[in-house]
Design a protein around this ligand. Structure first.
Ligand code: HEC
Length: 160
């Protein structure tokens, strides 16, 4: 019985550690080199986001036919990229001269940034759910919610 209880505590503790790691803390880049690398990785995440969102946007506009396999795959990837986004956004590069589209405010309101990341994740899951039901009339709105989550973060935290 004791061993059983310990196992439960261990599992519960793991759960805490794992949920804590989703919420990234802001850390300052330690050198110009670090800031440049962190900026490259940050932009690389968004390049992958774009490559997965591109076909979905085309489908929502009617430029491409709905393809459920692509929608499912790309929505899963967008969810996975959302899981990484907090970590990659959390390195504060403000003190260094890097070419970035990120506004300074991103590191001042990081809990808000994380809620916008969560909105992307929820929208990506929403598209997965829509594909599962196979209701084609729901696809455009589900993709639209993903697009709205991009815009909501860009409006506040991306330059231009
Ligand atoms: C939580 C905030 C946030 C969300 C959500 C978000 N972005 Fe961004 N995005 C940014 C920031 C900040 C930058 C600027 C990064 C930089 O230049 O350092 C950026 C940059 C980009 C870039 C340019 C990358 C480069 O190489 O410079 C693209 C493309 C992009 N985002 C697409 C998207 C798409 C598509 C979505 C939605 C599927 C999305 N983003 C969701 C914050 C966000």
């Amino acid at each position: 019985m004791k061993i059983f209880n310990k196992a439960i505590v261990a599992v519960a503790t793991m759960g805490l550690v794992m949920s804590a790691s989703v919420a990234a803390d802001v850390t300052e880049a330690s050198s110009e080199k670090h800031a440049k690398a962190a900026t490259q990785y940050r932009q690389a995440v968004f390049q992958l986001v774009r490559s997965n969102m591109g076909p979905l946007g085309g489908m929502a506009k009617g430029a491409l036919p709905f393809d459920e396999t692509v929608m499912e795959t790309n929505a899963v990837r967008l969810e996975q990229l959302a899981d990484m986004m907090g970590d990659y956004l959390s390195v504060d590069t403000r003190k260094f001269d890097v070419e970035t589209g990120a506004k300074d405010e991103i590191w001042e309101n990081f809990s808000d940034v994380e809620s916008k990341v969560m909105a992307l994740k929820t929208a990506a899951k929403g598209l997965q759910a829509a594909v599962k039901t196979g209701d084609e009339s729901a696809y455009r709105a589900a993709i639209g919610k993903i697009g709205a989550s991009c815009k909501s973060c860009h409006d506040d935290y991306k330059k231009d």
